[in-house]
Ligand binder design. Structure first.
Ligand code: PHE
Length: 575
């Protein structure tokens, strides 16, 4: 059926996709006689044209345009380059040199080379590279050929003058400034003329001197620039006066290839719907696959090493049943970043030395007012078994905007949502991996911004064992097997534990994360049921990435000094 055909075609097209991009095939599609390069992009076509052009005669400005079977040239119908080459080879063993041959056939040499390259791809012909050195004449040399050398012109001008004598200005008017200058110098050197007071007079007659420069140039021209045909000293003299220069011409020796035939059968590059429908595909010759080609480099769309690790962590956390939190905002209020986490307003971390506060807008617009009141009360007076911090809670302090110092600011908003959502609290597992900011002194391992990986589980009656177990599962999945926990302090967790991992290469225990059980002072104002516990942990994304990719300076990983090529060469991350 028609859809079947179209489906098959689609599969085949996909399979052939790379084949169509072969450099050799593109070239043949571009340059081959009688072909319309439908599958070739303009750039590639231009490129191969350009390459041919550069190799075979840069100076010639004409372009390879005539590749059709026959063409109108000056009113007469002539054979295409391809047809001419194949026809010639049917009666001759070889085209010794493509350049004179093209001239004799009145064909453009570059077009011939293009046709040969295309025929070569299908092995209709084979070639040998030829290189021919020859002398070319400068414009000045061409003038000398017709008028004679400057020295002869000067000598003649002096002879012709009244009294056989000319002043320098008179000579200049007679022959022109340039000729006067060069010619006078050379005449003096050859002792053809001499100074007589302020004037120039001749010493010899122009009939007795030889214009060796003009003769030398004539010899070069007669030999068509052939390097070996002209006397070396003559050439040296002409070169010194910059009248000739050596040029090289590249051309080809062409003979029959293994597939030679008088006319070329174009092999199909693509299987078409029509071929399938008519059955022509059974007999059509197809271009063969080139399994040696590397294919085009795929550009764009690379993940930064940091993001590769993030993608891997995200996958692991999703497999563990964690949902991603919406962390797509960097500016937070102090209320969510600190107060909701039961971090006292006088805590040193709130100092501008550690936190970037926002100048404009300086304050947040709103916070949930009833929850705000409960947080304020918790800080001032306590509750849920706590005595609180016993200070005056400042609204303007809570409202101050900042660049979030940790993603726990989002965790706390998510927990507040969980507590207040319709239908009441439901157990949940959340994670986030996103950017945080701290006003730190920058060095090889610290920047003002980094990425935090954070996970939390909210459920009834969770214990420290659950926290340790969850952390162990996570770290095992990212390849860290040996863990140790050390008591620590966070304003919002109790108990709190620093996580240490054993680094098998460094052979030492290093701190890799922080964790804890959120305090009742944090959870109670949100309205979470009394026996709901929330266990959480956090780590930086940079640390494992640097270890994974063996980067020892964080500036090589993040920021404007990062080498862009790295994003292309860094392998996919697997833990
Ligand atoms: N917010 C902590 C930090 O910045 C990490 C953490 C998250 C600690 C959750 C305990 C619980 O390091």
């Amino acid at each position: 059926s028609k859809t079947m055909v179209e489906k098959t075609l689609k599969v085949l097209r996909t399979r052939r996709f790379h084949v169509l991009a072969l450099p050799s095939e593109t070239q043949s599609a571009t340059l081959a006689s009688g072909s319309t390069p439908t599958t070739t992009s303009t750039t590639t076509a231009n490129q191969s044209k350009k390459q041919t052009k550069e190799k075979f005669g840069k100076k010639d400005k004409s372009t390879v345009t005539n590749t059709t079977k026959t063409a109108q040239r000056g009113g007469i119908v002539v054979m295409s380059e391809e047809a001419a080459i194949l026809k010639y080879l049917s009666t001759h063993e070889v085209i010794e040199d493509s350049h004179p041959w093209s001239e004799s056939q009145k064909l453009d040499h570059k077009a011939v080379v293009g046709a040969v390259k295309s025929l070569q791809v299908d092995a209709y012909v084979q070639t040998e590279d030829l290189s021919f050195s020859y002398y070319t004449l400068s414009d000045e040399a061409k003038t000398i050929l017709t008028n004679g050398s400057q020295e002869v012109l000067v000598l003649k001008a002096i002879e012709k003058a009244e009294g056989g004598s000319l002043s320098m200005p008179e000579l200049q008017t007679a022959v022109g400034k340039n000729i006067a200058k060069i010619g006078m110098g050379n005449c003096m050197k050859q002792k053809w003329i001499k100074k007589d007071g302020g004037n120039l007079v001749s010493v010899v007659s122009s009939n007795d001197v030889q214009d060796s420069v003009q003769e030398g140039l004539q010899a070069v021209q007669a030999a068509s620039g052939n390097v070996s045909a002209v006397n070396d000293t003559v050439i040296a003299g002409l070169k010194r006066r910059k009248l000739v220069s050596l040029a090289t011409r590249k051309s080809l020796k062409i003979s029959k290839g293994p597939n030679y035939a008088l006319t070329r059968v174009k092999k199909a590059a693509d299987l078409t719907k029509e071929m399938l429908e008519s059955g022509a595909w059974k007999t059509t010759p197809f271009k063969s696959y080139n399994f040696l080609t590397l294919g085009e480099k795929v550009g764009g769309g690379y993940l930064h090493p940091l993001l590769k690790v993030r993608a891997e962590f995200r996958k692991i956390l999703m497999q563990m049943g964690f949902q991603e939190m919406p962390t797509n905002k960097w500016v937070e209020s102090s209320f969510w970043n600190f107060d909701s986490l039961f971090q006292p307003q006088s805590h040193p971390a709130r100092d501008a030395h550690d936190t970037f506060f926002i100048k404009e807008p300086r304050e947040t617009i709103s916070v949930p007012e009833d929850y705000y009141e409960r947080v304020k009360t918790m800080h001032e007076k306590g509750g849920a078994g706590s005595i609180g911090y016993r200070y005056d809670f400042q609204r303007h302090e809570a409202f101050k905007n900042l660049l979030r110092t940790h993603t726990t600011a989002i965790s706390s908003q998510m927990l507040y949502k969980l507590a207040t959502q319709e239908g009441g609290f439901q157990p949940a597992r959340y994670f986030s991996i996103d950017r945080v900011f701290r006003n730190e002194t920058m060095d090889a391992t610290h920047l003002c911004e980094f990425h935090q990986v954070e996970g939390l589980v909210a459920d009834y009656d969770l214990s420290l064992g659950d926290l340790i177990g969850t952390i162990e599962t996570f770290f095992k999945k990212i390849g860290i097997e040996k863990l140790r926990f050390k008591p620590a302090f966070n304003p919002y967790t109790e108990p709190s534990m620093e996580v240490f991992g054993y680094h098998p290469i460094l052979k030492k225990w290093t701190e890799i994360g922080n964790s804890g059980i959120f305090r009742p002072e944090m959870l109670a104002p949100m309205g979470l049921p009394e026996n709901v516990r929330v266990i959480a942990w956090g780590l930086s994304l940079e640390r494992p990435t640097m270890i994974k990719y063996k980067i020892d300076n964080i500036r090589d990983l993040f920021g404007h000094k990062v080498e862009m090529a790295r994003t292309r060469t860094a392998p996919v991350c697997r833990f």
